[in-house]
Write a protein that binds this ligand. Structure first.
Ligand code: AMP
Length: 577
C-alpha cells in the first residue's frame, strides 16, 4: 500500500506518490495538481474543499475558512456558519479530500501519509498536524520539514553531484530557509531559519489595504466602513481574492488594472473600483517583508558556517518566489541566478512522497537517498540564578542548541535552589534569549518527592529528546531516588487532547448519518460495521477503508460516490460471507 506525500499548505496543498521509484503528483478530484486549502460549509451544511470553496468565498465569507494552517497548534477556534471548529478539524477535512483524491487516482485504499510542515513549525504545531491526520483516517508517523522535502526532490535528481544548496521557500503563509549539503547520496540539512507568519497572504493583505486606502484617497469613501457588517465582510473577501490575482499578474506585468464593478452602494448609487497599480507600488508595500527573508537567509548561512560563495545552487520553492523582487533580492545576495527548473508548487509534495518511499522500504537508503535534518530552534528549560544572595527565577538554560542534527537527546543536571526543596516545576521553552519571557513557552510539568536536604545537595537530571519528526519529549529524574516525571508537552493549550480527538471524530462521523442519502445505504453500512469485527488483516483494512469512504461521500452528499462505494461494499460483503 502506497504511503502518500502531502504538502499541507497555507493557501494550497498537493499530494504525490511514488511510481516506479519516481515521485509523481496525484491530481485532485477536479483534475488539478494543487488544491486550495479552503474549507466551506454550504447553506445546506455540506462541507466543500478546494477550488469550489475558494471561488465561492466572496458570496459566503462567513461560511468559508482560509489559512487555517496559521492557527494550527493554538487554542483558537475557527467558525463557518454557526459551526465552530478546532483548526485540526478543518485541516483534517483538507487531508480527507487529498486522501480521497489519492484513493480515486490509485484505485486502492490509502491509510498512511508523510505530511510536511514548515521547518520553523513549533512542537505544538507539529503535534496538531499529526492529530489532523489521525482525524482524517491517515496514519502520520513521519512529519518532514518543507524545505527539506524540496531538497530531497532536488537531491533525488542530482545524486551524483556533491554540492551545497540553499532552499528558499516562500509559500502562502510561511517562510523557511535551509542550507543543505548533498554528499554521496546523503541530503544533510546544516541549518534552518524562518518565520511562521510571513508569506503570500501577507502580501495579499497589504494589497487589500492599499486598494481600500487608495480608493478612500481618490473618492473619499471608506469601503471597509459602509454598509452592514455582512456587506463589509463580503466586500473585503472580494477585494482580497482580486488582490491575489493582481499580485500574481504583477509578477509578469509592470502595470495591472484593478476593476471591481459594483463593489458597494453609496448615496443610493452603485460604486466601482477602476484604477491600476504598478509593480513599483507593490514592491514598496512588500519591501520590508521581502528584506526580512534575507535576514533569515543570513542567519541560516551563519549557523551553517558556510559562506555565500560556498553555496552551489539556490533553489526557489513556494508560489511567492515567482515575485520578481524576491528573485532579485535572492540573486543579489548570492551573485548568481537561482534555480527555477523545479516546480515551486510541487517540489515539497514530491519530496514527501520520496520520504514515504524511504519509510515503506520502496527506496533503499543504502543505494539511494538518505536524509539528515536538524532541529531549527534552541530548546531548554527555566533556571533560577542566585544574584546577591537572592534566588531569581526567569532565566533560560539551553539544552538542545539550534541546528543540532536529529534525532538528538541531551541531558543536564540541576541542583535544588532552596533548603528542603521537595518539588520542582520543569518549564520548557524554545528560543535563544537568556530570559524565558522573551522565548516561546512549550509546556511544563511537576516533579515532586525530592528528599528534604540542604540546598544544592539533591540533583535533578533533565533530559530532552527531539525525534526525527520534530517532536519533543522531556523527562526529569531525581538522581538520588530514580523517581521520574515526564513531560507532557502533549497537554499544551494548542494541541487537542485525546478526549477532544474522540469528540471530533464523533462529530465527523455524525455528519455523514445526517445526510438524506443515508437511509438509502443504511443497511449496507450496518452490515459492513458488523462484519468489521469478524474480519482481520487486509480484508478488515479494505472493509474499513470502504466504510470510511462511503461516510465521507455521505458527509459530502456526493450521490455518485455514495452509489459507487455502496456497490463496492456490497460486492465485498458478498465475498466475505
Ligand atoms: P504555496 O503555498 O507554495 O502554494 O504558495 C502559494 C502562494 O504563492 C500564494 O500566496 C499565491 O498567491 C502565491 N503565488 C502563486 N503564484 C504567484 C505569482 N505568479 N506571483 C506571486 N505570487 C504567487
Amino acid at each position: 500500500m502506497a504511503i502518500i506525500g502531502i504538502d499541507l499548505g497555507t493557501t494550497n496543498s498537493a499530494v504525490a506518490f511514488l511510481k516506479n521509484g519516481k515521485p509523481e503528483i496525484i491530481p485532485n478530484l477536479d483534475g488539478a495538481r494543487t488544491t486550495p486549502s479552503v474549507f466551506q460549509l454550504t447553506i445546506g451544511d455540506e462541507i466543500i474543499i478546494g477550488q469550489d470553496a475558494k471561488s465561492s468565498m466572496p458570496g459566503a465569507p462567513d461560511r468559508t475558512i482560509t489559512e487555517v494552517k496559521r492557527s494550527m497548534g493554538t487554542d483558537v477556534t475557527v467558525t463557518a456558519g454557526n459551526q465552530e471548529y478546532r483548526p485540526e478539524e478543518v485541516s483534517a477535512q483538507i487531508l480527507r479530500y487529498l486522501k480521497k483524491s489519492a484513493e480515486d487516482f490509485l484505485g486502492e485504499a490509502v491509510t498512511e501519509a508523510v505530511v510536511t510542515v514548515p521547518a520553523y513549525f513549533s512542537d505544538s504545531q507539529r503535534k496538531a498536524t499529526q492529530k489532523a491526520g489521525e482525524l482524517a483516517g491517515l496514519k502520520v508517523e513521519r512529519i518532514i520539514n518543507e524545505p527539506t522535502a524540496a531538497a530531497i526532490a532536488y537531491g533525488m535528481e542530482n545524486l551524483e553531484k556533491d554540492q551545497n544548496i540553499l532552499v528558499y521557500d516562500l509559500g502562502g503563509g510561511t517562510f523557511d530557509v535551509s542550507v543543505v549539503e548533498i554528499f554521496e547520496g546523503v541530503v544533510e540539512v546544516k541549518a534552518s531559519a524562518g518565520d511562521n507568519h510571513l508569506g503570500g497572504v501577507d502580501f495579499d493583505n497589504a494589497l487589500t489595504e492599499w486598494i481600500s486606502t487608495n480608493f478612500q484617497k481618490q473618492e473619499g469613501i471608506d469601503l471597509f466602513s459602509i454598509g452592514s457588517q455582512k456587506e463589509i465582510n463580503e466586500r473585503k473577501a472580494r477585494i482580497k481574492l482580486e488582490a491575489e490575482n493582481i499580485k500574481k499578474s504583477l509578477s509578469s506585468q509592470k502595470t495591472v488594472a484593478i476593476n471591481l464593478p459594483f463593489i458597494a452602494m453609496h448615496n443610493n448609487a452603485p460604486i466601482s473600483i477602476n484604477t491600476s497599480i504598478t509593480r513599483e507600488e507593490f514592491e514598496a508595500m512588500i519591501g520590508d517583508m521581502a528584506r526580512k527573508t534575507i535576514t533569515e537567509v543570513e542567519k541560516a548561512l551563519s549557523d551553517s558556517k558556510l559562506s555565500v560563495d560556498e553555496i552551489d545552487e539556490v533553489l526557489l520553492v513556494g508560489g511567492s518566489t515567482r515575485i520578481p523582487l524576491i528573485q532579485q533580492l535572492v540573486e543579489e545576495k548570492f551573485g548568481k541566478k537561482a534555480k527555477k527548473d523545479i516546480n515551486p508548487d510541487e517540489a515539497v509534495a514530491l519530496g514527501a512522497a520520496i520520504q514515504g518511499g524511504i519509510k515503506s522500504g520502496e527506496i533503499d537508503t543504502s543505494q539511494s537517498i538518505m536524509v539528515i535534518d536538524v532541529c531549527p530552534y534552541t530548546l531548554g528549560t527555566e533556571v533560577v540564578k542566585n544574584i546577591g544572595g537572592q534566588v531569581v527565577p526567569g532565566f533560560f538554560d539551553p539544552i538542545i542548541p539550534r541546528n543540532s542534527s536529529i534525532p538528538i537527546s541531551e541531558s543536564k543536571v540541576y541542583y535544588t535552589a532552596n533548603d528542603n526543596q521537595t518539588r520542582v516545576n520543569v518549564n520548557v521553552f524554545q528560543g535563544d534569549n537568556q530570559y524565558i519571557d522573551q522565548n516561546i513557552f512549550l509546556g511544563e510539568f511537576l516533579l515532586d518527592g525530592i528528599p528534604a536536604a540542604p540546598k544544592g545537595e539533591e540533583a535533578i537530571e533533565v533530559k530532552f529528546s527531539y525525534d526525527i519528526n520534530g517532536t519533543l519529549q522531556v523527562e526529569a529524574t531525581i538522581v538520588s531516588t530514580g523517581k521520574k516525571a515526564s513531560s507532557v508537552i502533549k497537554a499544551q493549550a494548542g494541541v487537542m487532547s485525546d478526549e477532544e480527538v474522540n469528540f471530533a471524530k464523533d462529530r465527523l462521523d455524525k455528519e455523514w448519518n445526517q445526510s438524506e442519502l443515508y437511509n438509502e445505504v443504511k443497511s449496507v453500512i450496518t452490515r459492513g460495521e458488523r462484519m468489521l469485527g469478524e474480519t482481520t488483516g487486509l480484508e478488515q483494512e479494505k472493509l474499513f477503508s470502504l466504510l470510511q469512504n462511503i461516510k465521507i461521500a455521505l458527509s459530502r452528499n456526493d450521490k455518485a460516490m455514495v452509489k459507487k462505494y455502496e456497490e463496492e461494499l456490497t460486492d465485498l460483503l458478498i465475498e466475505l460471507v
